[in-house]
Design a protein around this ligand. Sequence first.
Ligand code: KIV
Ligand code: ZN
Length: 519
Amino acid sequence: MQPEKLIIFDTTLRDGEQCPGASMNLKEKLEIARQLSLLKVDVIEAGFPVASPGDFESVQSIAREIKGSSVAGLARALEKDIEAAARSLEKAEKPRIHIFLSTSKTHRESKLQKNKEEIIEMATRAIRFGRKFCDDIEFSPEDASRTERDFLAQVVQEVISAGAGTVNIPDTVGYTTPDEFSSLIGFLKSDVPNMDEAVISVHCHDDLGMAVANSLAAVKAGARQVECTINGIGERAGNAAMEEIVMALKTRSQFYGIDTGIDTKQIMPCSRLVSSLTGFFVQRNKAIVGRNAFAHESGVHQDGFLKNKDTYEIMNPQDIGLDSSELVLGKHSGRNALQNKIKALGYELSGDKLDKVFNDFKILADEKKDIFDEDIIALIQKEILVDDRFNTYSMGSMKCHFETGQTPTAEVMLISKDGKEHHASATGDGPVDSMFNAMDKITGLTCKLLDYQVMSKTRGKDAQGEVTVQVSYENREVLGKGIALNTVEASGFAYLNAINKLLFKSKSGPVEGGEIPGP
Ligand code: KIV
Ligand code: ZN
């Protein structure tokens, strides 16, 4: 048996745009509508045409351009709203007018001051009026989840008789629970005699964080349209997030037995677009589209994932339009994950060299928040370029002092090949210069600094710095390089690298490459 199809009704441009701070201009809305159409949503609710000339124009432009998906305009149960919606949708390939009217006791009495009979009369009149312009009419009894069940059933029956093809059951204030909502949908299915003449839709808000769960429970109970938004944006705490509903139905297809027509590979591009145009950042750990949704950092998880991805992943990142999962290298990562990353970066390291890089990586991960590929490359290069045979000295320690109005000073300790420690202190124009002078005192060379360059090796404020020095001594010139988180420290390593080259050259002639010393 073919699985049934669920209609996905996207209201990012209406309910989503309605939330404080998310308003978008015409161009932005069109851009999102295009992306929603690539996503293959069944219905795009483009706006509330009577609300403002801008809203009218956006719905009109989207209606003109979008093919494939239905385009809906929202209207209160008032003739002027319905006329505005109808006019804005005139050029739509598949227009839908979405009429809403509150039905709950609180809304009837406080907001509308109308009794039950008046509500039914108003709703049915509006639907009949709407049908003059458009065959596809959706009706929403606003605050349905808090409406008396018998009255709700009566409203639903009447609006279907009046010509509504879709009846949407909104949980307007995000009050319901999955069990309760599922039972409400079951009740409407069994107690509304003409229910099978219309599609049951649901529209859930997230005030208690249950919008997606409530929507899915409704689907299980027989709802065949879900209203939702990209990234879950919408009034107050937002609406049910489309990406979560779609991926839940896909991932748990055996359980739900219902398909959507969504091209899930477009989920990520759509999420990014909505986030950038509304300025609503997606929380890092958000399901499906959060930055961490396919990222693994703990050593145990990474190890399991590398052996078999199913150990810690229930979806394929490619299915939502990502290239791959991310093994985030951080202080919790293990040796296995690091070795895997080193391989992926095109290097082969094992044994002592891998141990050394792993050790350096752990030290770096403690100091630095984000470890980028460039950081790992810097550590590898530092390790693979090291050849102790060329080194007369290795770095023992460095200490610099700089204070406004005082002469900068530095103390350096170098270790010679025989293990002896050599200490010196010196002053200079700055901490770096002082350090270079202290090293000169130890080596006995009086070097001339010809060039000094600092380059950020990786990304971010806490990026590793690479310092390159060009040094001359007795008409010979060498380049020295050093890498460290701290540029002063990197400068010390770079200068020592140059000194070792000079000392090696003075003993055995020119040498290519040389090492990049590090901590
Ligand atoms: O939340 C709600 O009840 C609505 C209706 C207009 C469907 O947004
Ligand atoms: Zn809503």
